[in-house]
Design a protein around this ligand. Structure first.
Ligand SMILES: [Zn+2]
Length: 163
């Protein structure tokens, strides 16, 4: 299991590289979409423990990590920001979970777990280092970009200067 914070960092790093937006919405949407799949640990687990639902579809990395959930998450997140950022956030979450133990990608149609089992600690560490490096590089790049500099505002008159 890759930590939710690492999923958020990776989604924002990919938006930094792919989207290169100066607006906040793509980053926020990617962070939200990257965090949403793991909501199953908070919502489904109590339902299973109290006996309200059962079966593998309600386990971690099942329904909320499926392609069907991806479509729903992207549609919901696109109401507040760009759909492509939501796709990046959700897709990066599922991709890293595919590498670190697998997901039930085709749930509820097929309950097969697809993926690899790369050590989660190693994957968390490498993903975190990569994501933080990319985000910091993107911020430094934006700051040093001459197109991003805003000309200082000079008042046209003394009256405007006094306001
Ligand atoms: Zn997950």
């Amino acid at each position: 299991m890759v930590a939710t914070g690492v999923h958020v960092l990776l989604g924002m790093a990919l938006v930094t590289v792919i989207g290169r937006s100066r607006r906040a919405e793509p980053y926020l949407v990617a962070a939200l979409a990257a965090a949403l799949p793991d909501i199953d640990t908070f919502v489904f687990r109590p339902l299973v423990e109290f006996g309200h639902v059962g079966g593998v579809l309600w386990s971690h990395r099942a329904l909320t990590h499926s392609l069907l959930a991806g479509i729903l998450v992207i549609a919901l997140c696109s109401a507040v920001g760009p759909w492509w950022a939501a796709a990046i956030g959700f897709g990066s979450h599922v991709a890293t979970d595919l590498l670190s133990g697998g997901v039930r990608l085709l749930a509820p149609v097929d309950t097969t777990v697809y993926g690899l089992s790369i050590d989660w600690l190693l994957l968390n560490a490498l993903t975190s280092i990569l994501a933080v490096t990319v985000i910091l590089g993107g911020l430094i790049g934006m700051k040093s970009d001459p197109r991003s500099r805003v000309a200082p505002h000079t008042p046209d008159s003394v009256v405007e200067w006094l306001r």
